[in-house]
Write a new protein. Structure first.
Length: 85
């Protein structure tokens, strides 16, 4: 069951990559990158449960914080660039 969930997450990765490359605006691309980060967190957690390595949850939590900080920083950079124009 866990490996089926991992395969479904890889399908979501593919859809997010399509949105990241074909997104009409920069904010669509940022949202797609955030979605890829979220799916990565879920994939780490699922693989941790599948292999009975529960310390992967700690790694997923650290990655979640980094994903949040990176997304907020990127959006602030992009909106500050638009306000300066």
């Amino acid at each position: 069951m866990f490996y089926g969930a991992a395969i479904a997450l890889f399908a979501c990765f593919a859809l997010a990559l399509i949105r990241a490359f074909a997104g009409p605006s920069v904010f669509d691309r940022v949202l797609a990158l955030n979605m890829i980060g979220t799916k990565t967190i879920l994939l780490i957690a699922v693989l941790g449960f599948a292999t009975d390595r529960y310390d992967f949850i700690d790694i997923a939590l650290v990655y979640a914080v980094l994903n949040l900080i990176g997304t907020v920083a990127l959006l602030r950079f992009l909106t500050a660039d638009k306000e300066a124009s």
